[in-house]
Design a protein around this ligand. Structure first.
Ligand SMILES: *Cc1c(COP(=O)(O)O)cnc(C)c1O
Length: 353
């Protein structure tokens, strides 16, 4: 066993996945399970598949390659780089797109590799990340329909990301109407109308998802058990599938305020300190190179975060319930940002328990 480690509770994960699968089935909404937060870690992908997931989505071709033999469909989430078109077509059967020249590159790659590839056109609906402007859609759809290498699988929108825009019925009804217009104008089935990510789950769970939204892309929801528009827990989903564990390497009573002339810290920020007098401080062998420390929540709520550098995290354990010693291991609940970094760091060992 080596620390830091990222523990994944298999049974809780399976419960979350099955609950979200059922939510989709009950409303006839297809869900691609987004796996980018676990960096294509094969044992994790296998648990999802075992839980019943057939539709996988990821933002990296390296991760999609890891799941080539799993499930019925693999969707590329990040709009493809032209330089990467071959791998996108090789490792995914659907991709989200917002640029015509990239779609042309996918079409050429699909013809060369003799593969089917479905294109989903992203529409800008306020969050200001990827997407064509709404008034471009007819023209783009018509051009994609003229390409021989790809088929027009659908349209979609993204929310809750750059702009933090919460998807509401209003935008999703607009998206659904846009899909209907494209179907009528070009006489195509356009099966996928992708109404967002975990931030749209609150509508699905309240049976308010507008008619005509046929698809969602869900990551954080099944991982952390919450919807991300209002950050409420979803049904009976577990919010503690993941645990980060790290070891104490120093434990000492020290002042809470540094002495000397204060300049920038290791990340070139001028730190500010609250004088709590002498405190019991634990230094843990985990740092910014392993995880995002300030959003890692100690499971013992009496423990307070003080600061972190590349390799160390400092905690105030003065009020902790347990009596700690050097060598003890502390447990934390990661949020999305902490989980993403922990999973991506080669220094953090992932373990299914
Ligand atoms: C990451 C991502 C998702 C998943 O978002 P969650 O909030 O984790 O559900 C969906 N769509 C796109 C385009 C993404 O990049």
């Amino acid at each position: 066993m080596s620390y830091p480690e990222l523990l994944i509770d298999r049974e809780k994960l399976i419960h979350n996945v099955r609950t979200i699968l059922k939510m989709g089935q009950d409303s006839n909404v297809q869900i691609h399970f987004v796996t980018k937060c676990l960096s294509g870690w094969r044992p994790f992908l296998e648990v999802l598949h075992e839980a019943g997931v057939e539709y996988f989505a990821d933002s990296r071709v390296e991760n999609l390659r890891e799941m080539s033999d799993l499930g019925l469909s693999r969707m590329m989430l990040r709009v493809p780089m032209i330089s990467n078109a071959n791998d996108v077509v090789r490792y995914s059967d659907l991709s989200l797109n917002s640029d015509l020249s990239a779609i042309e590159a996918l079409s050429d790659a699909a013809l060369a590799l003799d593969r089917e590839h479905g294109v989903i056109l992203m529409v800008e609906m306020g969050d200001l990340r990827e997407g064509f402007m709404p008034d471009e859609m007819f023209d783009v759809a018509s051009r994609v329909l003229n390409l021989r290498g790809v088929w027009l699988a659908g349209i979609g929108a993204n929310f809750n990301c750059y702009g933090g825009v919460i998807p509401e019925e209003r935008q999703l009804e607009e998206l659904s109407a846009m899909a209907e217009d494209i179907r009528r104008r070009f006489n195509v089935p356009l099966p996928i109308v992708s109404g967002g990510n975990t931030g749209s789950l609150y509508m699905l769970s309240e049976n308010r998802l507008p008619l005509g939204i046929t698809h969602l892309r869900v990551g954080e929801g099944y991982l952390l058990g919450i919807e991300t528009s209002f950050r409420k827990r979803l049904h009976d989903l577990f919010t503690d599938v993941f645990t980060v564990r790290a070891e104490i390497v120093e434990l000492r009573r020290k002042p809470s305020v540094p002495t000397g002339l204060i300049g920038p810290n290791s990340f070139n920020e001028i730190p500010v300190f609250e004088d709590r007098g002498q405190i019991w401080r634990a230094i843990l062998a985990i740092g910014e190179q392993d995880v995002r420390c300030d959003t890692l929540e100690p499971k013992d709520s009496t423990i307070a975060f003080l600061g972190a550098s590349s390799d160390y995290m400092m905690l105030d354990i003065t009020h902790a319930v347990r009596d700690f010693k050097v060598g003890d291991v502390l447990e934390f609940s990661p949020d999305y940002a902490a989980l993403l970094r922990a999973s991506t760091s080669p220094y953090v060992e992932k373990r299914l328990v």
